[in-house]
Design a binder for this molecule. Structure first.
Ligand SMILES: Cc1cc2nc3c(=O)[nH]c(=O)nc-3n(C[C@H](O)[C@H](O)[C@H](O)COP(=O)(O)OP(=O)(O)OC[C@H]3O[C@@H](n4cnc5c(N)ncnc54)[C@H](O)[C@@H]3O)c2cc1C
Length: 334
């Protein structure tokens, strides 16, 4: 185990804010994890789990020990049941599943980050979520110091949410098992995706066609964090009551919304765009030119600048539409 002191995390968060960890340990196996936990306990240090750093708002200094999860390996058990270790890159894993002729996660291509973080916020895109294919999750319980297995129900998955997100700091996910399929189970519920496939004349597309189309769509509309610092969607799509939606719809007939449970899920990007924020720039932080849901950092700034901008956007949306926006990326540390 290699313990690094005062280690920079600037390259390890996609917003690119500078940050220094008191201690940093790369975890390549479950054995490494146990050793690192013992070190933290002996030194009385708090543990923070970091993967791809694509969904976090990182603090300038992190006291305690940052465990950087890098446990690699994929195992195909039978025809389409797959166990994948937490440190695998999510998009590379999706590509692997396509190469194996498997279906189920192709519409989640190009989501940044690693497999172990995928259950935390129940990642999703173009109508598919991790919970649609997750069978179980293996995690180390830092409270009781033992490995535990959660089946799909026990993960308490919800929209961009799970048990793991609601109990921060308790579990370190080491493996995820997914039930994929040999036949195509792509559900192209999303209009942008089904339109793009229809344009190519694909009415029953193969998983590979869906995979490639999703990559093309995402590359068109989302900034690449390697080029421009960002954390993807900065706000969750808010859900409002049917009555609230109808009032808004009268005033804004073009409002973008989808039924969700008993209410309506509003497109947060549309609200922010219509409130005039798209393309707004304030020094080195701003709102992306093409995608109002994405806040950006061009470098050299501090996380507080971005948080202040986010707060002003939240206030403006609350005042204009009476809707409360919730920030999607998590504070690191919380
Ligand atoms: C350009 C862009 C586009 C995006 N598009 C999408 C999208 O379409 N859909 C979507 O759902 N998300 C999207 N995201 C958000 C992000 O990619 C996902 O949330 C992803 O799962 C985060 O993975 P990560 O490895 O980067 O996690 P990190 O950012 O490193 O961590 C996120 C949180 O999970 C915790 N965590 C990480 N690994 C573990 C582990 N092994 N065990 C326990 N806790 C852990 C961390 O402590 C932290 O609280 C996007 C982000 C970007 C930058």
């Amino acid at each position: 185990m290699n313990v690094l002191a005062d280690h920079s995390l600037q390259q390890l968060n996609t917003l690119g804010f500078s940050s220094v960890a008191q201690y940093f340990i790369q975890i390549d196996s479950e054995a490494d994890l146990l050793e690192a936990v013992a070190f933290a306990k002996a030194e009385n240090l708090k543990i923070h789990v970091l993967s791809g750093g694509s969904n976090i708002l990182i603090a300038p200094r992190i006291e305690g020990v940052v465990l950087f999860i890098n446990i690699r390996g994929i195992e195909l058990h039978n025809d389409a049941l797959v166990t994948v270790n937490a440190g695998e890159n999510w998009h590379d894993f999706v590509g692997w599943s396509i190469d194996q002729g498997l279906s189920g996660i192709e519409s989640m291509a190009l989501i940044p980050g690693k497999v172990g973080a995928a259950p935390v916020q129940n990642i999703g895109a173009y109508g598919t979520e991790l919970c649609d294919v997750a069978v179980c999750v293996r995690a180390f319980d830092l409270q009781h110091e033992r490995f535990v297995r959660f089946d799909n129900l026990a993960c308490e998955f919800a929209y961009r949410d799970s048990l793991f997100k609601r109990t921060p700091g308790r579990y370190v996910i080491t493996q995820v098992t997914l039930q994929l399929a040999r036949e195509s189970i792509s559900v192209c519920r999303y209009k942008a995706l089904s339109d793009a496939l229809a344009q190519q004349g694909e009415l029953s597309p193969s998983p590979k066609q869906v995979f490639e189309t999703v990559i093309a769509l995402r590359q068109q509309k989302l900034p690449d964090p390697a080029v421009l610092g960002n954390a993807g969607s900065f706000f969750k799509n808010p859900v409002v009551s049917q009555a609230h939606y109808e009032t808004l719809h009268k005033q804004y007939p073009k409002i973008v919304a989808f039924p969700s449970g008993n209410g309506m899920k509003l497109a947060a990007g549309w609200l922010i765009d219509q409130a005039g924020w798209k393309g707004y720039q304030e020094g080195c932080v701003g709102v992306h030119q093409q995608q109002a849901l994405v806040l950006t950092h061009t470098g050299g700034g501090e996380i507080d600048m971005l948080l202040q901008l986010a707060e002003r956007i939240r206030e403006s949306i609350s005042k204009t539409y009476g809707v409360s926006l919730e920030i999607e990326p998590q504070r690191f540390p919380l």
